[in-house]
Write a protein that binds this ligand. Structure first.
Ligand SMILES: [Zn+2]
Length: 151
């Protein structure tokens, strides 16, 4: 078998430039992919990711997060991870139930301080290093902050 068998010509969705891709499924399935999948050439892909990152930067600035520092690639990745972690934080916050107003108030203070900690993490590398942080990890840290407020 030669490489040619797997090589297909696809068209960039944005600039319509044709380029070659290797596809490794059945010939029929490959033809389907060539036709239906959204293909982007390297140049458009770069621009696309730039735009996606720009959107995240904007959304994060709106909720008080500064721009990340690092190489373009790291910032792009870091912003994506930061977005995912903020979603986890939101999820946790919404899932909490309180027995009384004191509890609610304490929780709000703890979340406020937790947010402040995250806002100070301006290196893209920090977010990349913490990409595996779970809702449970976040919950644990918020709990620690709660305890320190009470103490
Ligand atoms: Zn293109």
């Amino acid at each position: 078998m030669t490489e040619d068998i797997y090589t297909y010509e696809v068209k960039c969705r944005t600039c319509r430039t044709k380029f070659k891709m290797q596809l490794f499924e059945s010939h029929e399935r490959n033809l389907f992919l060539v036709d239906k999948k959204d293909w982007y050439c390297e140049k458009c892909k770069k621009e696309y990711f730039g735009k996606e990152t720009a959107k995240l930067v904007e959304a994060h600035q709106a909720i008080g997060f500064p721009e990340l520092k690092g190489t373009r690639k790291m910032v792009s990745w870091g912003e994506k991870i930061r977005g995912e972690l903020i979603n986890k934080l939101d999820y946790l916050r919404k899932s909490l139930k309180f027995e009384n107003d004191d509890q609610r108030e304490l929780s709000e203070k703890a979340f406020h301080l937790f947010f402040k900690e995250w806002r100070e993490k301006t290196e893209a590398k920090w977010w990349i290093d913490h990409r595996r942080m779970t809702v449970r990890d976040i919950s644990k840290r918020v709990e620690e902050i709660s305890v320190s407020i009470q103490g």
